[in-house]
Design a protein around this ligand. Structure first.
Ligand code: NAD
Length: 333
C-alpha cells in the first residue's frame, strides 16, 4: 500500500483532515519534513508540507517513489521545482486562501507602527500612562505604495481606500481596469513608487529577479522616515540595506511578517541543536540585530494564520490530492 505523508500539521489540522479525508495509509506529523517519520520511504507517493520543510534535491532523492507534492501554501520556493520536473513529480499549491487574511495582517503591522501600539502597550503594562514619544500619525491622506497588485495586494488596496489613503502601485503586469475600479494609480517604475510613498508594502513573489528588490540603491530614493512592510517573502529585502536604513533614520520603521533566513530559526531550541555554516550564522546575527530594533515589528510568518484561512487551505489540499489520485491534477504549478 502506498503512503501519503503530511508534515507541519497541528492538532486542529489533523482533526479537520480526519473529518474530510480518506485517512488509511496517511502519516500526519507536527514537525517539518523528516525522513525518519516515514516508515517505508520508498512507498511514499504523496507528500504534503507547509513552507518550513525544505524539499530540495537532497531531500527528494530520499523518496524514490514520490509522485505528488501538495504544498499547503501559495508560494513554492521551498521546493526544488527543476528536480520535480525532471522526475515527473507533480506539484500543486493553494493558489487562493487568504487574500483578505494576509491583507488584514498587513494593516495590523501598518497600524501597530503608525500608532506605536507596541510601545504604548509595553509602557501601559508597567503602569506608566505618560504620552511622551507615543504620538502616531493618521493614515488618512497618506500615500501607500503597493508593490504587486495580485490577490493580496488588491485586497490591501481595498482596505487602504477604506482608510481614505492615496494608493500608488507598481506591478510588472499592471491591471488598468483594477486601478479604475479601486481608484488607485500605477507608476511605471519601482523607484517612482518608493520616492512618493509614505508607507511601502510588498506583495510580489520571490523570484530570482525580485530577490533584494528593496536594496541599498533604491532605499536611498524612499521618503525619509517612510515605513516598509513585508508580508510577502523575506528575500525581497536586502537585510543589510534595511538595517543601515533603520539606523540612519532613512526608514522610520519596518513591519515584517517574513525575513531572510526565517527557516533557520523556527524554534529557539533549533539554534542550539542545528549546525550552521558561516553564511547562515551571519544571517542569524543580522536578524537578532533587526529584531531588537525599536522601530521594527516582527511577526513569525503568521499573516495567513486565521481559522478561516486554515480551513480553506486544508480543503483545497484535500481537493488537490483527490484530483491527483483520480488522474486529473488541479492547481498544478
Ligand atoms: P499573486 O501571484 O496573486 O500576486 C503577485 C503579484 O506580483 C502579481 O500581480 C505579479 O504580476 C506581481 N509581480 C511579479 N513580479 C513583480 C515585480 N518584479 N515587481 C512588482 N510586481 C511583481 O500573489 P499573492 O497571492 O498576492 O501573494 C503575494 C505574496 O505574498 C507572495 O510572495 C506570497 O508568497 C506571499 N504570501 C505570504 C503569506 C504570509 O503568511 N506572510 C501568505 C500568502 C502569501
Amino acid at each position: 500500500m502506498s503512503t501519503r505523508a503530511f508534515f507541519e500539521m497541528n492538532a486542529g489540522d489533523e482533526e479537520f483532515l480526519k473529518r474530510h479525508f480518506d485517512i488509511p495509509g496517511t502519516i500526519i506529523r507536527p514537525g517539518s519534513f523528516d525522513l525518519k517519520e516515514i516508515p517505508s520511504p520508498e512507498k511514499c507517493e504523496v507528500l504534503s508540507v507547509f513552507i518550513h520543510s525544505r524539499l530540495d534535491r537532497e531531500a527528494l532523492l530520499l523518496l524514490p517513489g514520490l509522485r505528488f507534492i501538495a504544498t499547503r501554501s501559495t508560494g513554492y520556493d521551498h521546493i526544488d521545482m527543476d528536480y520535480c520536473r525532471s522526475k515527473g513529480i507533480v506539484v500543486s499549491n493553494v493558489p487562493v486562501y487568504g487574500d483578505n487574511t494576509v491583507a488584514e495582517h498587513t494593516f495590523a503591522l501598518i497600524l501597530a507602527l503608525s500608532r506605536k501600539v507596541v510601545q504604548a502597550h509595553n509602557r501601559a503594562h508597567t503602569g506608566d500612562f505618560s504620552l511622551t514619544g507615543l504620538q502616531g500619525f493618521d493614515l488618512r491622506c497618506r500615500t501607500l505604495g503597493v508593490v504587486g497588485t495580485g490577490h493580496i495586494g488588491t485586497h490591501v488596496i481595498r482596505i487602504a481606500r477604506g482608510f481614505m489613503m492615496r494608493v500608488l502601485a507598481y506591478d510588472t503586469k499592471p491591471d488598468k481596469r483594477l486601478a479604475d475600479a479601486l481608484d488607485f494609480e500605477y507608476v511605471d517604475a519601482l523607484d517612482d513608487l518608493l520616492a512618493k510613498s509614505d508607507i511601502v508594502s510588498l506583495h510580489s513573489p520571490l523570484l530570482p529577479q525580485t530577490r533584494h528588490m528593496i536594496n541599498t540603491q533604491n532605499i536611498a530614493r524612499m521618503k525619509r522616515g517612510a515605513l516598509l512592510i513585508n508580508t510577502a517573502r523575506g528575500g525581497l529585502i536586502d537585510t543589510d540595506a534595511l538595517l543601515s536604513a533603520l539606523t540612519s533614520g532613512q526608514i522610520g520603521g519596518a513591519g515584517l511578517d517574513v525575513f531572510e533566513g526565517e527557516t533557520l530559526i523556527k524554534e529557539e531550541k533549533q539554534l542550539l541543536s542545528n549546525e550552521y555554516n558561516l553564511e547562515e550564522l551571519r544571517t542569524l546575527t543580522k536578524n537578532l540585530v533587526l529584531f531588537r530594533h525599536e522601530n521594527v515589528i516582527i511577526t513569525p510568518h503568521v499573516a495567513f494564520n486565521s481559522v478561516e484561512a486554515f480551513e480553506r487551505i486544508l480543503l483545497t489540499t484535500i481537493q488537490n490530492i483527490n484530483a491527483f489520485e483520480a488522474g486529473k491534477p488541479i492547481n498544478v504549478v
